[in-house]
Design a protein around this ligand. Structure first.
Ligand SMILES: Cc1cc2nc3c(=O)[nH]c(=O)nc-3n(C[C@H](O)[C@H](O)[C@H](O)COP(=O)(O)OP(=O)(O)OC[C@H]3O[C@@H](n4cnc5c(N)ncnc54)[C@H](O)[C@@H]3O)c2cc1C
Length: 355
């Protein structure tokens, strides 16, 4: 039987980026993906790289800030190796804060300076009766990012087995020996569970992950430069892409493993988008979709070694998995290869859920 140093369960952006980081450390890697790589949460995401303290849990802030900082390098590398463009945009975000949000964040004031007047920054925006704050956040196209990561992983010699669900992590004398699927088994002394919202379903450890549904839509046909910034308002956000698409997101629903969209919900979001940017009334709906974010009981990621020798986990990235991709790949590659993680990941230890 062929053997790898590391098997990664799940070919979403977390599993793929980790496979590349492990190859850089000379490990041989197999990614086993149940469906097609990169078609679940990583395909559904908006791609905001939002590390602003108001919406990021405080325990996550150091990791979020580090990851945001690492993004340009990750993108440079993936674009270079894949020949693809992942649409990293750095025009920033205009955030409309509620009075409660302003209160929560000391130092943030209703008159936090915008680089120029709102009507100059975004002429298409309607008048919104909330204070606008400018955030230096980037955005990326997660579908392009995931495709580029898949191509770069293959280019670096990562093996990918797709259309194959892992059904169990195999143990020998209490340590990891590989994974079993319905058809075959694969051998490795280290396995990393990157199965997103499904990570909790894999024996031997039941990580308490749950799917958190998000519905979104995209609009096209308004002028290509209708919006430059990401717009975050209390009810919805708008994320412009360089090809002229505008994404409108997103619901946050506890609906189990249900990825259906609801026509009334999508219409409601579209109307909210038109309310923010009236010219979007002329835009056509290109697509509506839903994805399942990997949630955890405390809404923090689950990262690190489990109590079974050779078994690791990297999941629970919830609403921030695209943002947290570079730092997760970096620290998990260090942990899996026996090194000391450069960032403190103790708040995210799987031990907090293992009695
Ligand atoms: C609507 C929406 C908007 C979002 N917006 C943002 C955003 O703006 N910014 C941001 O940072 N994050 C955002 N997110 C969150 C982000 O998408 C996720 O946190 C991230 O994609 C998680 O990546 P992952 O690789 O862990 O999971 P996934 O992409 O879901 O990948 C997990 C993979 O594991 C596979 N798998 C599952 N079980 C098995 C098995 N038994 N065997 C083999 N393979 C298996 C699945 O098929 C899947 O391909 C959003 C999410 C949604 C749904």
């Amino acid at each position: 039987m062929q053997t790898w140093d590391v098997i990664i369960v799940g070919g979403g952006i977390i599993g793929l980026s980790l496979s590349i980081a492990l190859r850089k450390r000379s490990a041989t890697v197999l990614v086993v993906e149940r469906g097609e790589p990169g078609r679940e949460a990583s395909h559904a995401a908006a791609g905001m790289l939002a590390d602003f303290p108001l919406e990021t849990p405080s325990a996550l802030q150091p990791l979020a800030a580090a990851s945001a900082h690492m993004y340009p390098e990750l993108v440079h590398e993936l674009q270079d190796e894949s020949g693809m463009n992942v649409d990293l945009r750095d025009q920033g975000t205009i955030f409309f804060a509620t009075p409660e949000q302003l209160q929560q964040c000391p130092g943030l004031t209703a008159d936090s300076p915008l680089p120029s007047s709102l009507s100059e920054l975004e002429p298409a925006l309607s008048h919104i009766k909330l204070p606008a704050i400018y955030l230096k956040e980037r955005s990326v196209d997660p579908r392009a990012l995931t495709s580029a990561a898949l191509k770069a992983a293959r280019h670096r010699g990562v093996d990918i087995a797709s259309g194959t669900a892992v059904t169990e992590v195999l143990l020998a004398n209490g340590s990891v020996a590989g994974v079993g699927t319905s058809r075959t088994s694969y051998s490795a002394a280290a396995v990393v569970n990157c199965a997103g919202a499904w990570a909790g379903q894999l024996p031997p450890h039941q990580f308490p992950t749950r799917p958190v549904k998000g519905q979104m839509l995209s609009l096209v046909g308004a002028s290509r430069d209708l919006l430059r910034h990401v717009i975050r308002a209390p009810e919805i956000y708008l994320v412009p892409r360089s090809d002229g698409r505008i994404l409108v997101g997103a619901t946050v629903e506890e609906a189990g493993y249900d990825k259906r969209t609801d026509a009334a919900t999508i219409q409601h979001m579209r109307q909210a988008a038109i309310h923010l940017v009236p010219a979007l009334a002329q835009a056509r709906m290109l697509e509506a979709w839903a994805g399942l974010r990997p949630g955890s009981p405390d809404n923090l990621p689950i990262l690190g070694a489990t109590r079974t020798t050779g078994y690791f986990v990297a999941t629970g990235h919830f609403r921030d998995g695209i943002l947290l991709t570079p730092v997760t790949a970096h620290v998990m590659a260090q942990i899996v290869t026996g090194g000391k993680p450069e960032y403190d990941v103790s708040p995210f230890s799987p031990a907090r859920f293992q009695n």
